[in-house]
Write a protein of this length. Structure first.
Lengths: 263, 85
């Protein structure tokens, strides 16, 4: 079997159906590790923002984590805030500029460990914001330590024998907590472990932004992302490992959608 | 072996970090990792004839390595496994 020449575009008549990067990203370069799921999730969010015509009408409020490096390359207005405070900061932005789509980009360490109060209070107030949670079960940016959402048995840098519920406690399932509160409009959990999951998650992100535009309340889209470096697994094994560990505690799908129940 | 190619890719091999997520993502299974590394030493995906232009590889790639093209007319794959363009 021969190898097809892929160094330059084809010379015979053809149509480009997919670009390297979303147009709201200024460069393809980033320094995240091999096999990381976060760039895949960020690509989807930026593509959905463009699809909905919000490219010039959105503000990203970004927490602390590896994804923070995209502040420099995303072609959207960004503000970087203190650890976990993204929902509180976006509350202020949304109340001053209700016409602008405000979304937060947070990791699980940022949202469930450092800023649990902020996301729950923003939900309780029913703020019209969209929170994107990139859940990989570790503090990837600081080297892969346990977060509040690390699953039972998960090996991290400070739970080398696996997370022990007797000693470390149980994971916080933030999606279910937010869904149980009245102020939330849409809560769903997606993943980036294969192409089908990516397509499904893209629909969930789109719904998350649509509920914000409909002014129905806070929407939370949790996306399970791979962190092979933090999990001590080979880059190629990250997707399978994620669905065997995090995927069992955090089942995929829609958890709550007020538009579906209210009709 | 696939008998036609309906699309093709541009692969920016120097940006690839060799995570291999695209290999199982490819529905026709025409991507395989190279034997030699790129400038950074990472193995990168190589395309065999039979691409359908479905964009699955582009969607799962964390390093924005793929650009996908669809041929206007499908290109037959000859018996020796090359695209008879």
């Amino acid at each position: 079997m021969s190898i097809v020449q892929t160094a330059k575009p084809p010379s015979i008549p053809s149509k480009k159906v997919a670009d390297f990067k979303p147009s709201l990203l200024q460069t393809e370069e980033h320094h995240l590790c091999p096999g990381c799921g976060e760039p895949v999730a960020i690509r989807m969010v930026l593509e959905v923002i463009e699809e909905l015509g919000l490219a010039q009408k959105n503000v990203c409020v970004i927490g602390h984590g590896c994804y923070g490096s995209f502040v420099m390359t995303m072609d959207v207005d960004c503000t970087l805030c203190l650890h976990g405070r993204a929902p509180a900061v976006s509350t202020g932005i949304k109340r001053m500029r209700p016409d602008v789509a405000v979304w937060t980009l947070q990791g699980d360490g940022d949202m469930t460990s450092e800023g649990l109060a902020e996301i729950l209070h923003a939900t309780a107030r029913g703020e019209n914001i969209t929170c994107i949670l990139l859940n990989n079960g570790v503090f990837g940016d600081t080297g892969g330590q346990m977060t509040a959402s690390s699953v039972v048995g998960q090996r991290t840098k400070n739970t080398l024998e696996g997370r022990d519920p007797d000693y470390h406690g149980y994971p916080i399932v933030i999606g279910d907590m937010v869904a149980s509160m009245q102020g939330s409009a849409f809560v769903a959990r997606g993943s980036v472990h294969n192409a089908a999951a990516v397509a499904q998650t893209r629909r969930l992100i789109r719904k998350g932004f649509e509920r914000q535009q409909e002014k129905r309340g806070l929407s939370l889209v949790e996306i399970l992302t791979m962190c092979p470096t933090g999990w001590f697994v080979p880059a190629a094994g990250g997707a399978d490992y994620m669905m065997e560990s995090l995927g069992k505690t955090y089942p995929l799908g829609e958890i709550k959608d007020v538009a579906a129940s209210a009709g | 072996m696939r008998t036609v190619s309906r699309g093709t890719l541009v692969i920016d091999i120097e940006r690839c970090k060799g995570c291999e997520l695209c290999i199982p993502a490819c529905p026709p299974g025409v991507l395989a990792m190279s034997k030699e590394g790129n400038a950074l030493g990472y193995l990168y995906p190589e395309l065999s004839p039979g691409c359908t232009g479905c964009t699955a590889c582009q969607q799962v790639c964390p390093d924005f390595v793929f650009e996908v093209y669809k041929y206007e007319t499908a290109v037959p794959v000859s018996d020796d496994g090359t695209e008879a363009a």
